[in-house]
Write a protein that binds this ligand. Structure first.
Ligand code: IMP
Length: 193
């Protein structure tokens, strides 16, 4: 069994989520910074998977411990899957919802389907494993809610936006939550008693 994993992120929310989900396996999750990798990997790949592997590899090369890394984004059907792998660079931080609403102002209700996708990579000295998760929903016509980040205020799942949900409610349905649970299953199968 491994007892320690490094998460290739500087995002405290992602770290907390990974800690909560993997804790029952007795695996301690530490941040890349705690492990001595104070870097920001370039997201230069053409796919979520490629970017997640780039992030994992750049941290693994420094720390030499098992690493997990994720890459995620929003794929809107009416925009042929954009912003997709470019979600983080679609607009200045804090302006992504406004830009998306403007770009979609003439798209009718029944053509506003979208999904968040998450690709999560596990890397150690002799293996790379990839798991995924997605979250289906639609883009609203206005921003609603104060929680979360990024596109959460305009992404509707059921009746509410992700920004109107608590962190626990969002984790239960989110792309990243799903990918994390898939990783839990994979590690349990590999290392569980
Ligand atoms: P990354 O996986 O941290 O590189 O995230 C890529 C971008 O996708 C973020 O900057 C957000 O704009 C968007 N994104 C990813 N996951 C979420 C989410 O759960 N809610 C809202 N936006 C998200």
């Amino acid at each position: 069994m491994i007892d320690k994993l490094v998460m290739a992120t500087n995002n405290a929310n992602k770290l907390r989520e990974a800690r909560e989900i993997l804790a029952p396996l007795g695996i301690e999750v530490i941040s890349q910074k705690e492990a001595g990798a104070d870097i920001e990997a370039d997201e230069i790949g053409d796919s979520f998977e490629e970017n997640a592997v780039i992030k994992a590899q750049s941290v693994y090369d420094i720390v030499g411990l098992p690493v997990i890394a994720d890459d995620s984004g929003l794929c809107v059907d009416a925009l042929d899957g954009r912003p997709g792998v470019h979600s983080a660079r679609y607009a200045p931080k804090g302006k992504e919802c406004d830009k998306l609403l403007e770009e979609m102002k003439d798209v009718p209700e029944d053509e506003r389907s979208a999904r968040f996708e998450c690709w999560l990579v596990y890397m150690d000295y002799d293996s790379i494993e990839v798991v995924t998760g997605s979250c289906e929903g639609r883009i609203g016509f206005e921003k609603r809610g104060e929680n979360g980040f990024g596109y959460d205020p305009v992404f509707i799942s059921g009746e509410r936006t992700l920004a109107e949900m608590s962190a626990d409610e969002k984790n239960a349905i989110s792309h990243r939550g799903a990918a994390m649970r898939a990783l839990y299953d994979l590690l349990k199968e590999r290392y569980g008693e």
